[in-house]
Design a binder for this molecule. Structure first.
Ligand SMILES: NC(=O)c1ccc[n+]([C@@H]2O[C@H](COP(=O)([O-])OP(=O)(O)OC[C@H]3O[C@@H](n4cnc5c(N)ncnc54)[C@H](OP(=O)(O)O)[C@@H]3O)[C@@H](O)[C@H]2O)c1
Length: 384
């Protein structure tokens, strides 16, 4: 296992972190297979993983409830006496905060569920522009200051799937130690993207990556034309290895989380983490990656450059974001994961189904996109 510093904290974290959102289950998502999950963690820790990521709702019946991931981890770490071997990261469910006292109540409950008296990395979970001002008004930053001062939190951070400009604003609003973003070789220009990654890293934040395999779609059911490129290369690698090596090649990245739920996945990713050094990919490997990206990007449905000229839409639709989700779904030939994200990230009023076909957007679109027709396609394929 290789280790890197977590930004300015200087803590030495394993480059592969264990994401506890996709633990093995027994049928239902909220029923963790404790035996299998414990063996996976035993093996992961024995082979050097020292970073575990969980959150309040993981393995719960909905995002409004506390799930079983934190509870399982608390029991596992206590019974195995391995709490001190690892960095524990969990997150405050920001969307459930209504009153000032809620933040304190969640932290107390999470410490209890995790059977510990401190969290190494405590993140504001899934920050979105539309709720950021509410959180600031509630005093979330002062709450973090207090919890760090009294030792219940060692380091602060946030996770987000929102856009670059918002992330830059958040980065500049507090003395964060780290942040967690979705990033993989197809996401260089969506969500926080390459620009946001470098911006945050330049400010000294440790960078933790989630969804490095886009939730698994970059590893499983790979389109045949992509598989052909992998097969024709002189490298004997599976698609997951290519995706992880691409990330570890980036020196600014401290930890790549993966939600591994079988021993085979864990072992494969551990093997890749053995020698994936920063700046280690050769020009030949870069060329292969570029070819694969080109094939995926060639499948996109709308040539939207997200210039934003079409905004604001009089009906309130977030046109560039609607197209971004349509493109992702077409590129990956996968709708269910992307549809979930569409419903998670967009307000109902921002969805494509609200189009009144006024056509103002088409008059100013720099790419001459038939926006009304394409929004109908988004609404049909996403269900609104
Ligand atoms: N803060 C947030 O908002 C947020 C959001 C998402 C995730 N996260 C965190 O980030 C972690 C990582 O994200 P993720 O779970 O989406 O990671 P990911 O690595 O992109 O996806 C995990 C899935 O990839 C597949 N996989 C992993 N290793 C593989 C291998 N070697 N070969 C083939 N398939 C492999 C598995 O899919 P199958 O199960 O289908 O086989 C696994 O469930 C999560 O577990 C969670 O802790 C946080």
């Amino acid at each position: 296992m290789l280790y890197r510093e977590m930004g300015r904290t200087g803590e030495k974290v394993s480059i592969l972190g264990f994401g506890c959102m996709r633990l093995p289950i027994m049928g239902r998502y909220d029923q963790i297979d404790v035996e299998k999950a414990s063996s996976l963690l035993d093996n992961a820790l024995d082979q050097g993983i020292n970073y575990l990521d969980t959150a309040y709702p993981y393995h719960g019946i909905s995002t409004s409830h506390g799930g079983n991931s934190e509870i399982f981890l608390g029991e596992y770490l206590t019974e195995s006496s391995r709490r001190d071997e690892i960095y524990l990261a969990t997150k405050l469910p920001t969307w459930l905060l209504e009153d000032e006292g809620d933040m304190e109540n969640f932290l107390k409950e999470q410490l209890k569920r995790l059977q510990t008296d401190y969290i190494d990395f405590y993140l504001l979970h899934s920050l979105k522009e539309k709720q950021w001002f509410h959180l600031e008004d509630l005093g979330v930053l002062e709450f973090l200051d207090q919890a760090v001062a009294d030792g219940r939190i060692k380091y602060t951070g946030f996770s987000s799937h929102d856009e670059t400009d918002f992330i830059k604003e958040v980065v500049d609003s507090y003395n964060w130690d780290m942040c967690q973003i979705q990033y993989n070789y197809l996401d260089e220009n969506i969500q926080v993207g390459k620009e946001g990654l470098h911006y945050a890293a330049d400010k000294g934040l440790g960078m933790v990556i989630m969804e490095p395999l886009k939730g698994g779609v970059l590893a499983n059911n790979v389109p045949p034309e992509v598989q052909e490129v992998w097969d024709e290369s002189q490298f004997e690698r599976k698609p997951a290895e290519w995706a992880l090596r691409y990330l570890w090649n980036i020196p600014e990245i401290s930890v790549v989380l993966s939600g591994m739920n079988t021993m085979e996945q864990l072992q494969e990713n551990l093997n890749t983490a053995e020698d994936s050094l920063p700046n280690s990919m050769t020009p030949e490997e870069d060329k292969i990656m570029e070819e694969v990206k080109k094939i995926y990007h060639g499948k996109i449905a709308v040539e939207c450059s997200a210039c934003g000229y079409c905004m604001p839409c009089p009906s309130g639709i977030n046109i560039p974001l609607c197209f971004s989700y349509l493109n992702q779904a077409e590129m990956l030939e996968e709708y269910s994961e992307v549809r979930n994200q569409y419903y998670f990230m967009l307000k109902e009023t921002e969805m494509a189904g609200n189009c009144l076909e006024c056509g103002l957007c088409e008059e100013i679109c720099s790419q001459h996109i038939p926006i009304r027709e394409k929004l109908k396609e988004v609404a049909r394929k996403m269900g609104n």
